[in-house]
Design a protein around this ligand. Sequence first.
Ligand SMILES: *Cc1c(COP(=O)(O)O)cnc(C)c1O
Length: 230
Amino acid sequence: MMDYIKDNLDEINQRIKRAARKSGRDIADITLVGVTKTIDVARIQRMIDFGVKNIGENRVQEIMAKYDSITDANWHMIGHLQTNKVKYIADKVSMIHSVDSFKLGQEISKRALEAGRVIDVLIEVNIAAEDTKYGVSPDGVYNLVKDLSILDGITVSGLMCVAPFVENPEENREYFKKMRQLAVDIKSKMVNNISIKYLSMGMTNDFDVAIEEGANIIRIGTGIFGDRNP
Ligand SMILES: *Cc1c(COP(=O)(O)O)cnc(C)c1O
């Protein structure tokens, strides 16, 4: 039962290995976040049992609904987050990938401090300037990082993007390159109290290319669980 999850994970791990080898990277530096939106607890737990303990959800409601039923996981909030919902997840998530305003960062800081925790946050970048996507424009990233760096309860730990939906993943290579360069630029400015160590980019369709261009967190749903709306 649910052996396809194991088979799919084997295939994903092969792809990770291949991309890492191709670009001279160490697979130990690459974290797979299993994206569990719309997936039931039994299947999520199955994936965790196979060793994928980082799980990504894009809705606050879904985190709250599943949280108590799942053991041994690190929760990642990967979707758009409204300021008024931060309070429901600040005691639950270890990383928030989708910070795109100072106001949101401030609220995460406040709620993390209340919960006695430090939450890693990534800045979501709208790297292809798509109208339909959240995230700050590449020009705005440095100022946001600098502003957030003074807040306690959060650590700015890197950048995240959701690349365009494309047939051929090679079309996203330029965006992944730009993300990598943006991370390098910000690192070179030596802002105190931050550490740009994570690049969260690459999904089922394009994570191989993302790894080749420097991703060290990849977020994969369909590749593990199959189509969400078959
Ligand atoms: C759904 C989702 C993913 C995973 O997408 P797949 O194509 O199913 O691998 C990754 N990141 C975010 C932000 C998502 O919402």
